[in-house]
Design a protein around this ligand. Structure first.
Ligand SMILES: NC(=O)c1ccc[n+]([C@@H]2O[C@H](COP(=O)([O-])OP(=O)(O)OC[C@H]3O[C@@H](n4cnc5c(N)ncnc54)[C@H](O)[C@@H]3O)[C@@H](O)[C@H]2O)c1
Ligand SMILES: [Zn+2]
Ligand SMILES: [Zn+2]
Length: 366
């Protein structure tokens, strides 16, 4: 059976998104059909629609989602119809060289659905991050469905599927932040503020939020930043040093992903500290010029964080539990709930810095 549903499509590079009829096949072997209940608007969706990720169009946007499994294909025993799930975009294979060496968060062969969702004329859609969830029903690999407690609201749960997990994980998993650390986070959008929340959860005692937008800095403070720096008004590197005894922070997270912010991260770090790049650069951007001797002389590590180095099966249920226990205020990330028709307007609000996350609410099953 083919399911005819509504979805948000970027038809060509830079063009405003449109709501289209999307045809979704029944799940084949290993696949799951999910009735999407909520899907957050992430900057990566905007990168896709601007052609900043690749040239594959049309794209079915949306990837930060939660919903209910409606059907599963042959051989699927990890989820069943009726399960409440968060969708993930790195379903680990368990067999590649990274998985075999015990580092499955680096999996080099992550799974996606084998069948395509299409427009009504049969044109195959490229689903954003192998998900495509600004749509009433989506088809994913069953490994992309992580079962969590249905006690959490879908619009909050879905955010763990991308930006919030990426930020929390950049702090806790990639950055290895622990009690007493000093941390600076450059870019306090959805991802950066999640990194701040992660640093607070892990026990960092100095947490410096840096942004160019005063509204974002207020949010940063709400999530646990002990200091807020407006990089338009003061030198970010000097400010971080001034709040860390003149030394720099143990961990600096770049949640913007531009040469100038990465350079700031590099120099705002203490000797032997860690830089974590979680913001995604566009293909035109180059590593800033830094003397090689500085890279040697400062020691430490320069890391990237794919999806917060998370393991969805380990991290999503744990973070949902922390939220339900009142220890992780994930609800603060939801600035507004919208419909499928409002995604383009949500991109504009994101560009104007008015929201942390706009979340599309769909009716879900029933
Ligand atoms: N690594 C991953 O797995 C992963 C996952 C999700 C998103 N991302 C990426 O993370 C980045 C942030 O995503 P988001 O959803 O939080 O976006 P966002 O638009 O909500 O936040 C970006 C923030 O950076 C600030 N900013 C811009 N230029 C700055 C500068 N020069 N100095 C300081 N602050 C500056 C903006 O004011 C804004 O608050 C994006 O590049 C996105 O693609 C990465
Ligand atoms: Zn693997
Ligand atoms: Zn995302």
């Amino acid at each position: 059976m083919i399911h005819e549903v509504r979805g948000v499509v970027a038809r060509s590079k830079g063009a405003p998104v449109t709501v289209e009829t999307v045809l979704v096949p029944d799940p084949g072997p290993g696949e799951a059909l999910v009735a999407v209940q909520a899907c957050g608007v992430c900057r990566t969706d905007l990168h896709y629609r601007q052609g900043g990720i690749n040239d594959e169009f049309p794209v079915l946007l949306g990837h930060e989602a939660a919903g209910v499994v409606e059907g599963v294909g042959d051989g699927v025993d990890t989820v069943a119809p009726g399960d409440f799930v968060i969708l993930n975009w790195r379903a680990v294979c368990g067999r590649c060289r990274a998985c075999r060496r015990g580092k499955p968060w680096y999996c080099f062969d992550t799974h996606n659905a084998a069948q395509s969702m299409t427009l009504s004329d049969g044109t195959a859609l490229a689903p954003a991050l192998g998900i495509g969830a600004f749509v009433e029903k989506t088809l994913v690999h069953s490994g992309q469905c992580t079962k969590v407690s249905p006690a959490i609201a879908p619009e909050i749960a879905g955010l763990l599927g991308c930006g919030v997990m990426a930020g929390l994980g950049a702090a806790i998993n990639t950055g290895g932040i622990t009690r007493g650390d000093s941390v600076a986070v450059i870019g306090c959008g959805g991802v950066g503020n999640a990194a701040i929340a992660g640093a607070a959860l892990a026990g960092a005692t100095t947490i410096i939020g840096i942004d160019v937008d005063p509204g974002k800095l207020q949010w940063a403070t709400d999530f646990g930043a002990t200091h807020a720096v407006n990089a338009r008004e003061s030198d970010a590197v000097e400010a971080v040093r001034s709040y860390t005894g003149g030394f720099g922070a143990d961990v600096v997270i770049d949640a913007v992903g531009r040469p100038e912010t990465w350079r700031q991260a590099f120099f705002a770090r203490d000797f032997a500290g860690t830089v974590v790049l979680v913001g995604v650069p566009t293909p035109d951007l180059m590593v800033p010029e830094i003397p090689l001797l500085e890279i040697f002389g400062r020691g430490g590590s320069l890391k990237s964080s794919w999806y917060g180095d998370c393991l969805p099966e380990r991290d999503f249920p744990m973070l949902v539990d922390l939220h339900l226990q009142g220890r992780l205020p994930l609800e603060k990330f939801v600035s507004e709930t919208i419909t499928l028709d409002d995604v383009e307007a949500a991109f504009e609000k994101m560009e104007r810095g008015e929201v942390l996350r706009s979340v599309v609410l769909l009716c879900g099953p029933g």
